[in-house]
Design a protein around this ligand. Structure first.
Ligand code: LRY
Length: 225
């Protein structure tokens, strides 16, 4: 369990991005830990293993896999969840919605199997209802990761601190604030709303996004021609 409060850094790069691959992600994780991250979130078995070998903080693992016709892509099957666990993740993060999964299993079935094996589960949800359902199933953590990314949550506030607050009020589980955080002020608000910790990815570990954000800010304010 992660009992500390603070900042968890998500070190993820997609294929085609300059920092894609376990070597870069392990170095990124080391840098995050040097800066005081209390944990790392990572995608894919190769990155998870490399990061586990590189740092001494808990790793939240997931496996992103898009299967045709299924919108669920964060650790979509039981097999994916077990692979994440075997790669060394301390916590397995998975889609915590009730949408159909490519292996035909329900969220309940997957969670029960993982918990039966003593595996710690983080349910990535997009709404209060999903969080309450995941809590009923007994998951260890609920994260707001998917707010803004399901067809029925597209209009939610970025970041969704309101959802963090509601989940804290209505469940007894550790609530994780994750997704679309870009400033320390927003993170402080989420922690003050009761989040156990905040997970930040792109705003720290995607240099191309960071550069673009700065560039757009100056372009909006200064005539560069
Ligand atoms: C929705 C989805 O697929 N989220 C993924 C989950 O692992 C990652 O792509 C995000 O980077 C992570 O959640 C952190 O969020 P942000 O990068 O906004 O700080």
């Amino acid at each position: 369990m992660i009992t500390d409060r603070g900042l968890v850094v998500s070190c993820q790069a997609y294929e085609g991005e300059p920092l894609f691959g376990p070597l870069h992600m392990a170095e990124m994780a080391k840098a995050a830990v040097l800066g005081g991250a209390i944990g790392i979130r990572a995608n894919g078995t190769a990155d998870i293993s490399a990061i586990k070998a590189a740092v001494n903080v808990p790793v939240i693992g997931l496996l992103k896999r898009q299967v045709e016709d299924y919108p669920v892509y964060i650790t979509p099957t039981l097999e994916d969840a077990l692979a994440v666990h075997e790669a060394g993740a301390d916590i397995v993060a998975m889609d915590g919605t009730r949408r159909p999964r490519p292996d035909g299993r329900t969220l309940k079935e997957v969670v029960e199997e993982l918990m039966g094996q003593g595996i710690h589960v983080m349910a990535d949800v997009s709404t209060l209802e999903e969080g309450l359902y995941a809590a009923d199933l007994g998951v260890h953590y609920i994260s707001t990761t998917l707010s803004g990314y399901t067809s029925y949550s597209l209009d939610t506030h970025k970041p969704d601190i309101g959802l963090v607050a509601r989940l804290v009020q209505e469940t007894r589980l550790p609530v994780i604030a994750e997704g679309r955080f870009t400033s320390a002020d927003e993170m402080i608000q989420a922690l003050n709303a009761g989040a156990r910790f905040v997970v930040v990815g792109s705003a720290i570990t995607r240099p191309q996004d960071i550069t673009e954000r700065y560039r757009k800010s100056i372009e909006a304010a200064v005539d560069l021609n």
